[in-house]
Design a binder for this molecule. Structure first.
Ligand SMILES: Cc1cc2nc3c(=O)[nH]c(=O)nc-3n(C[C@H](O)[C@H](O)[C@H](O)COP(=O)(O)OP(=O)(O)OC[C@H]3O[C@@H](n4cnc5c(N)ncnc54)[C@H](O)[C@@H]3O)c2cc1C
Length: 395
């Protein structure tokens, strides 16, 4: 059986490796003309995502310069400590969430997949596909070429072309009201924050940072923007100047970190997909952001794609035919991913800047709220989720 995978980002290569292990030939088709390994800033891979990747024997921490961030400290913009929380719930084996640069993660996954003999084709932007009357599927790319397979997997991200073809009525990604900005920096006055990420509720915007042992600082900001900006508006923004204004009323080191940025400052509009009614139809199925994009606040986007990859491969391995496998995959995944998307959206909402009165009550109540919600079991459903490769998928 041959599977056409559309998208060579994060979920595509993971799916390819899982399919190979299940005895299916994967072929990856990516829209970029060449590997784009330096796109995106950094992301969290949670213990559940790391566990999923173990099924295909990939260790992100060892291979993609991943480093553990078990701990988070929350602060007000004026420097008042609001509380401490664990970054996820540790499973019994003690696995801790790791932070990785997105581009490096993508590179490692691709190189690992290629080393196993999996083919990647670049410059292949999916335009359309149709079921072949003789069986299987034919995909047509923007360069006019075609590819044939027994099934097609849309791993083509939040603005998925596959999703649109599969269901032209699929809801568009929803704007969360936040803009994300981020980059890397250095600051001689800041010591390494080993194992800890600091999150700051500023007067007008939300800021996060960590300092590695090498002195490199990873930082991001979330800005409350009720009206969705265009890409052109984001690209035209002088971020250093704009963020300096936004954080003017907060601790000075925030502005110093931003001013000391060592490379480009990335910006993007934060979307999610709370629910997408159709995940599969005929020979095609969706995984990762194409099916259920989540805002980055819960740090679960990559992990959900990894879980999808492994579960889909298991379903194709164990169910008697492709329709039965796709139905089993949706049954195993839908409720969980939609719960994660909703949880992440609630975290995103808490980052929106309140007025002075709201700020007063937030700073007053947050320590109490954190003590209650930080109980070890509160989010165990998300972080301790395990997928056992060898256990069969039930009918
Ligand atoms: C450039 C970029 C930067 C990102 N930066 C961050 C970040 O800093 N922090 C964070 O938390 N998350 C980030 N994300 C999102 C995060 O990587 C995803 O949520 C997560 O990894 C889910 O992976 P996915 O494979 O479903 O989608 P993605 O990782 O988005 O991969 C989708 C892939 O499909 C390709 N593609 C799209 N359309 C087509 C088509 N028609 N034909 C063929 N290929 C197509 C894309 O080029 C891309 O390589 C970023 C995503 C991208 C694409």
């Amino acid at each position: 059986m041959r599977a056409l995978i559309i998208g060579g980002g994060i979920g595509g290569p993971a799916t390819a490796m899982a399919l190979l292990k299940a005895g299916i030939e994967p072929v990856v088709h990516e829209a970029y003309d060449a590997p784009a390994d330096f796109t995106g800033s950094f992301l969290n891979t949670a213990s559940n995502g790391l566990d999923a990747l173990r099924a295909v024997d990939v260790d992100i921490a060892a291979r993609a310069d991943g480093f553990p961030i078990p701990h988070m400290e929350l602060w007000s913009g004026t420097g008042k400590k609001l509380g401490e929380v664990e970054n996820g719930v540790r499973p019994a084996d003690g696995t801790v969430s790791v932070c990785v640069k997105r581009g490096l993660l993508q590179k490692v996954l691709r190189e690992e997949a290629m080393s196993r003999g999996i083919a990647f084709h670049y410059g292949k932007r999916l335009e359309s596909y149709h079921a072949d009357p003789r069986g299987g599927v034919v995909a047509t790319f923007a360069d006019g070429t075609t590819a044939t397979g027994d099934l097609l997997i849309g791993a083509d991200g939040i603005h998925s072309r596959t999703r649109h073809i599969l269901n032209p009525d699929a809801p568009a990604p929803t704007y969360t009201g936040l803009v994300g900005v981020g980059g890397y920096s250095r600051h001689p006055g800041l010591k390494p924050t080993t194992g800890t990420q600091h999150l700051i509720f500023g007067r007008k915007a939300f800021f996060g940072y960590l300092v590695r042992e090498s002195g490199e600082i990873y930082w991001f900001a979330n800005l409350d923007r009720p009206v969705e900006p265009t890409r052109a508006e984001l690209a035209a923004t002088d971020w250093k100047r704009h963020l300096a204004e936004l954080f003017a009323g907060d601790q000075p080191f925030i502005r110093e970190i931003i001013a000391g940025s060592t490379g480009p400052i990335g910006s993007y509009v934060v979307h999610d997909i709370p629910t997408s009614p159709v995940w599969h139809r005929g020979p095609a199925v969706l995984i990762g952001d194409a099916a259920h994009a989540t805002s980055p606040s819960a740090g679960q986007g990559a992990s959900m794609a990894f879980e999808d990859a492994i579960v889909l491969a298991k379903c194709l391995r164990d169910r008697p035919d492709v329709p039965a496998a796709f139905a089993a995959y949706e049954r195993e995944r839908r409720e969980r991913v939609e719960k994660v998307v909703a949880y992440s959206r609630s975290l995103s909402d808490s980052k929106k800047a309140p007025g002075p009165v709201g700020r007063f009550f937030r700073d007053l109540m947050m320590p109490i709220f954190l003590k209650r919600s930080a109980s070890a079991e509160a989010h165990a459903w998300m972080y301790r989720h395990r997928i056992t490769w060898d256990s069969p998928v039930a009918a």
